[in-house]
Write a protein that binds this ligand. Sequence first.
Ligand code: AMP
Ligand code: ZN
Length: 486
Amino acid sequence: MSRVACYMLHIYNTLTNRKEEFKPIHPGKVGMYTCGPTVYGYIHIGNIRAYTNADILRRYLEYAGYEVRHIKNITDVGHLTDDDLAQGDSGEDKLIKKALSEKKTPQEIADFYESYFRSVENEMHILPAQYFPRATAHVPQMIKIIEGLIEKGYAYEKNGNVFFDISKFKDYGKLSGNTLENLKVGARLEEHPDKKNPWDFALWLKAPEEHLMKWKSPWGIGYPGWHIECSAMSTEYLGETIDIHTGGEDNIFPHHEAEIAQTECFTGKQFVNYWFHGGMLQEKGEKMSKSKGNLYLIEDIKKKGYTAMDLRMLLISSHYKSSLNFSWDAMDQAKKNLDRISEFIKKLKSVEPMELSKKGKFDDKKLKGYQDKFESAMDDDLNTPLALSAIYEMITEVNKLMNDKKISADQVKDILNFWEKINDVLGLRLYEKEEAVPDEIKELAEERESARKEKDFKKADKIRDKLKEKGYEIKDLEEKYEIKKI
Ligand code: AMP
Ligand code: ZN
């Protein structure tokens, strides 16, 4: 099925503060870099939102016919505990802190949380990046950029520490608006004694003797700053100028502003053509974050009986740029919406010939009309809520026609084909075969059903909890029940 919409994909570019038509550097190909997790803890559903946003963008680019090369880094060094507040030189290394507290090596910590992150992405049906480079494996590339920056006069070394001199880069602040002028009036948090200017940021830091992760460098034994890793890994795998760089809006400053400064001063070229930033997932109006502890993991969602796809539905039901307040009511609504879509697909797949008509009323023009609505919404800066409303509209119309037996077998086939494509974009796993339910689970469900019939509700509830622990949920219908994997 070819595209219908004649409008082309427009995405909001943080660099220019407007929606722009997307034009790749190389026709038909897209290079995309996503700042990945700092692997010192479990990723939470706020992080999942950022990766789901990037996933929807990637899926839609692929739907539009582009070949996407997607790189997502793993931060396993250099991200300091106070980075969110300062310029990359305050606090302790997040991984080292965790390693010391758990009496493990930083590598063990990184392996464990990277593997958790990868399994959550898989569960959330986020397409895996082609490559997940680790920062610790790219220190020589970082050193090379830092050397180049010192040579060109953009960075300076003092006492084994190297800083980027932001006064030397006239475009500093072009992404976030935090120009040197604007920063001067802002409050400072902490000053490093070796810095010329408090807003200069760390490229390399001298490692104290007991520091767990350290490397040899032209400036002595040390470790890299957080920002430099993304410059090193994106240029390594995607070249000096890349099409799209994604992240949550909290990454705009200082992280992405610093990435631009380092990379552009080193290469002399524009670093990124489109900066794609998503809004924050909030809890009671506050950003969900590890430091505040007001977060939910995917396990918390499942414990309440929702699936990873219910969560995905919740996330894509609002525009990626807006703030989204998490609530259980919103989860409930998302589940209902997803159930409605799943029921619809099931119904289409199991429709009996006697329920069809020879000459149906859902012709090609109608189908193309909905496809056009879906694509136009997605083309307009990935407006998923609008695209979903086109889908719901279509469900209502087709359901009515099916009830009135006014739909033909060919039309059902065309609708299902169309849904398969839509599903590739939304990633809701609508078409995946339902996994066979293990015998043990079936037996427990039967036992519960008997208990229910005998009105032993205590026993029935106990078995329901047991099933939940094993990852299954029971839905009681009128005369029967349904077993679903959570
Ligand atoms: P971090 O591990 O803190 O570097 O975060 C990984 C990614 O998650 C980054 O792209 C952040 O911008 C994003 N992120 C962190 N917290 C949230 C949140 N509450 N909502 C949406 N994205 C977030
Ligand atoms: Zn980054």
